[in-house]
Structures are given as C-alpha cells and as structure tokens.
Design a protein around this ligand. Structure first.
Ligand SMILES: Cc1cc2nc3c(=O)[nH]c(=O)nc-3n(C[C@H](O)[C@H](O)[C@H](O)COP(=O)(O)OP(=O)(O)OC[C@H]3O[C@@H](n4cnc5c(N)ncnc54)[C@H](O)[C@@H]3O)c2cc1C
Length: 399
C-alpha cells in the first residue's frame, strides 16, 4: 500500500514553457497572504524532455523574461512569391526571440531562491482526482513509485494524441542557426514569411529568417500541411532556401532545430477533474491558425497564478477567445481544402493591414470591427464557403 503524502498546495507537472512560467509567477510571497506551496515536477533527462527550441512572440515594452531574450526586432517583413517585399514597423510592439535554454536558466536561477517552490525530477504516470484534491502517481529518479497529494494540479504534459477535429494541419519546420563568412542579414528586420519557397502539393510553405547579427541568423523552412517530411526532405528544403533563395554564400551551420506544432480547430479541455487542470500547449494555448503558443500560455499562467494567490479555483482561461478560434477554424478549413492560395492570402493580408494591427489581432486584442475589416482583406467567397461548410463536417481523429 502506497502512502499519499500531502506535499504541497499545487503540483505543476512539466517544466517546459508553461510549467516554468507558472512556477515563476507563483514564486515568492504577496504581502499579507500565504503564498501557495508549489511542487514543480519534471521528467528526468530522457525521451520525455523536449529538445531545446526557440520561442518567438511579441509584446509591448519590457517583459517578464527580457533578461533571457536573445534578440528582438521592431520591424518585420513578408516576401510574396513574386512581388516586392512588404515591410512594416510594429511599434509599440516588439518581436522577441528566447532560446529555451536561456529561459530555463533564468527561471531556474530565480526558483533556486524561491521560498515556496520546490523542484522534483520524476515521471508523472497518472493524476487522479480525489475528494478535496488530487493524487499524483509518479516514478522518481531512482525508479521508486510515489504518490503525492496536492490541492491542485496544473498539468502541462503533452497530449498523447491529437483530439478529434474538423481540420488539423501540421506546422512543421527545420531550421539552421547559420554563420556566414560575409554580411548577409539586416539585423534590424526579421522575415516572418518568405513565400519564395517551392510550394508543396498540399498546404503551403515559407522561409523564416531571424537575424541576430549581420553574419548570424536562424533560417528556417516551414510548411503548414497534413504530413511531415523526412529528415532528408527538411535538409534539402532548408538548404535550397539558404543557398538558392537567400544566396547566403559561404556559411557554417552552428546548430539545427526541428519542430511540429499541430494547428487544430478541436476544442481542448482545460479541466480534467475537479482539482486538475491543463496548461500550455496541452491546455489549448496554441493559436490554431499560426502555431504561436508562448504568448497564449503566458496569459493563461498569469491568470492561474493570480487565482491561486487569491485562494480561488485555478481554472485556466481560454488562451484565445471563441471569436479568434472561430475565425481560425475558417482559415484552417480554407487552407486545408485548397480553396484558397495560402501565400497569396497571407501576402495580401500583410500588404493591406498594418503589421502591428495583425499582431494585435493574433493576440485577440482587436475589436469586432477590426476583426471584420481583417476578414474582408481575405478572399471572401472561399472563406464564406469554408465557414458555411464547417458545421456539417464531423470531427475526426487525426491519422
Ligand atoms: C521547435 C519548436 C519551436 C517553437 N517555436 C515557437 C515560437 O517561436 N513561438 C511560439 O509561440 N510557440 C512556439 N512553439 C510552440 C510552443 O510554444 C512550444 O511547444 C512550447 O514549448 C510549449 O510549452 P509547454 O510548456 O506547453 O510544453 P512543453 O515545452 O512540451 O513542456 C512539457 C513538459 O512536460 C514534461 N513532461 C512530459 N511528460 C512528463 C511526465 N510524464 N512526467 C513529468 N514531466 C513530463 C517535459 O519534460 C516538459 O518539460 C514551438 C514548438 C516547437 C516544437
């Protein structure tokens, strides 16, 4: 018989972007209140730990994690397939890049001095909802089985499989951190979407360039499509982009990054028991039409931390409004059905809507009339067709 130990008020499961952000926000005392005690559980190094990655997002002014930011830009560019580039300022926003290792170091240093957050390396096997709290069944680093009892669990472990959806596309990419022998980049501007890449039969592709200096950048090849490529396929695509489209000349690949972000219109449950909630990508923080997740999970963890500090039930709010998700469902459907030409649609949007407004739109920070105006900048007929078709489509598991 295993003994359930009452270990903490809150168990945060997973120490990725969401788990670390939440623990960081819960760390430290609020004058006049008892801070909740927090146990941050993360899988030991091994297959459950995600590889290092780079997160980009935008925000106004200084942010909570600025000390970990590698680079930031106040201008972005989109390159249509065969027309002049579209470049615009973002003020008052800045586009920021954080490498996950730097983020982990920054948050880790702060948590090491935290009076109320403890860290434990363990593989969480199941989380069980029980009267007045939850039981976390885990295997610790020595392989021993333990059960912890906490009042609340905020779980960020990735979902085992994708939920049934009307439309699921994959945003998948491979990138190189490159150093060129001659200046090849303008560090003042990041290329958000470069549609000069060859387009796949299903979906769309684009290049992405985040310059960190005149001779250094993260250069990526990205697709929004139903299937991932082989390792050779990604390598060939990013090589073609770097060498034949960007013409970087002599260059050295310092490191690589590969990723897959599901873009789905499936509703994702944020509560799985009376005391058990999901946060982060697993809690629906990914914006369906773009794959951006970091900003959404910051909104979620900010609200969860405020609720816990105030002694309230920490139900994470939806990271994206119902209106944003409905508009994204239409766009995903239009792209997946091939009814719209993705590169033309995005190029047109960026040419006609100021960049800062589009970014505010993607954060759900625009008003209804602004959203409608943005909708009218897309090809209205195929978008309407997709919107009308959606309710009659069944939700299917992703295969
Ligand atoms: C390569 C890549 C680049 C991305 N770039 C961007 C970007 O630029 N901008 C953006 O907004 N989004 C980006 N995303 C999407 C999203 O921000 C990331 O996926 C982000 O890491 C999600 O954070 P998370 O905390 O929800 O999940 P994760 O970072 O996946 O964290 C899950 C945590 O759970 C732990 N875990 C798993 N199983 C167990 C277990 N059984 N027991 C205990 N712990 C467990 C893992 O160790 C991990 O720490 C990117 C995704 C990828 C893959």
């Amino acid at each position: 018989m295993l003994r359930a130990e009452a270990e903490a008020d809150v168990a945060v499961v997973g120490a990725g972007a969401a788990g670390l952000s939440l623990a960081h926000r819960l760390s430290g005392h609020t004058p006049g209140r008892r801070a909740p005690s927090v146990l941050l559980l993360d899988a030991p190094p091994g297959p459950l730990r995600p590889p290092s990655r780079t997160w980009c997002f935008w925000e106004r002014g200084r942010g909570r994690f600025d000390d970990a930011v590698t680079a930031s830009w106040d201008r972005l560019r989109v390159r249509p397939p065969a027309a002049a580039p579209i470049e615009d300022g973002l003020a008052p926003l800045r586009y920021k890049m954080i490498r996950s290792d730097d983020f982990e170091d920054l948050v880790g240093r702060d948590l090491a001095h935290s009076p109320n957050v403890r860290r434990l390396q363990a593989t969480v096997e199941t989380v069980e909802d029980v009267t007045g709290g939850a039981r976390v069944h885990l295997r610790d680093a020595d392989g021993a089985h333990r059960v912890l009892h906490t009042r609340w669990v905020l779980d960020s472990r990735p979902l085992g499989s994708l939920p049934a959806a009307r439309t699921t596309l994959l945003q998948h990419f491979h990138g190189w951190f490159v150093r060129t022998s001659r200046p090849a980049f303008d560090p003042a501007v990041a290329d958000l979407m470069d549609f000069r890449t060859p387009q796949p039969a299903d979906g769309l592709s684009f290049g992405y360039v985040l310059p960190t200096g005149p001779c250094e950048a993260l250069v990526e090849y990205t697709e929004f499509s139903p299937r991932t490529l082989t390792a050779d396929g990604y390598e060939a695509a990013v090589r073609h982009y770097a060498d034949d489209i960007l013409r970087l000349g002599e260059r050295e690949v310092l490191a690589t990054e590969t990723g897959v972000i599901p873009m789905t219109d499936a509703p994702i449950a944020r509560q799985t028991g009376a005391s058990v909630f999901r946060i982060g990508a697993a809690g629906g923080a990914t914006r369906p039409a773009t794959g951006y997740t970091f900003a959404g999970l910051q909104r979620q963890t900010r609200a969860v931390a405020a609720a816990l500090r105030a002694g309230r039930r920490p139900l994470p709010p939806p990271a994206h409004s119902a209106r944003s998700r409905a508009m994204d469902a239409v766009l995903l459907r239009a792209l997946a059905s091939g009814r719209v030409d993705g590169p033309a649609l995005f190029s047109r949007l960026f040419a006609r809507v100021p960049m800062a407004r589009l970014l505010r739109f993607l954060d759900g920070d625009t008003r209804l009339h602004e959203d409608l105006a943005i909708g009218l900048r897309t090809p209205v007929r195929p978008m309407l067709h997709s919107a009308l078709e959606l309710p009659s489509l069944p939700r299917r598991p992703f295969d």
